[in-house]
Write a protein that binds this ligand. Structure first.
Ligand code: ADP
Length: 170
């Protein structure tokens, strides 16, 4: 039987505990999992796509998951899936509000490639309210985010949002 390859696409700007929870659950379903960072020309993130990929890799290795593939893609997800031989997309459902958009995307992807299946997964209940957008907003206002992002990512986010003044100059 051919390998079951799943893709978990998203912005991951940056990766947080809700994403990680889902990534780790995916391992139960697939022989190979690709975390795919969307390169969106029209939406500039806080972190570059390269930084996001590097952070995901670092966290996964730290958690003992060196077997996951991490890459970026642009254009149609179904084309990227074709390239890597994936047949399933994994998406997270946090609340009913996610459903409408996800439902449309899943059906559009099926229209583009009838072989593509979308699998919806729910994170651990304590992570359902997390989104990268909210974490960046709260972080920029100095809120305590511990436990919501892996420690190394929290440090990167803090450095990015509150760069230290360059004490060497002047
Ligand atoms: P965010 O909304 O945090 O910026 P992305 O746009 O990177 O996330 O989303 C990538 C995928 O991860 C989507 O399928 C999204 O539904 C899922 N996801 C985002 N946050 C969570 C969470 N807290 N729990 C589970 N899945 C999530």
């Amino acid at each position: 039987m051919s390998k079951r390859i799943g893709v978990y696409p998203g912005s991951f700007d940056p990766i947080h505990m809700g994403h990680l929870d889902l990534i780790e659950r995916c391992a139960q379903l697939f022989d190979e999992v690709h975390v795919a960072v969307l390169h969106n020309e029209t939406k500039k993130g806080l972190f570059t796509v390269q930084e996001r990929c590097d952070m995901i890799r670092e966290v996964l290795v730290q958690r003992g998951h060196a077997e996951y593939q991490v890459s970026s893609f642009s254009g149609l997800l179904v084309d990227f899936m074709d390239e890597i031989g994936a047949t399933a997309v994994v998406r997270g459902l946090r609340a009913v509000s996610d459903f409408e958009f996800e439902f449309q995307m899943a059906l559009m992807n099926r229209k583009l490639n009838p072989k593509v299946e979308t699998v919806f997964m729910m994170p651990k209940d304590s992570y359902t309210y997390l989104s990268s957008r909210l974490l960046k907003e709260v972080g920029s206002l100095g809120g305590n985010l511990s436990g919501l992002l892996p420690d190394i990512i929290l440090q990167r986010l803090t450095d990015k949002l509150h760069p230290k003044a360059d004490t060497a100059s002047g």
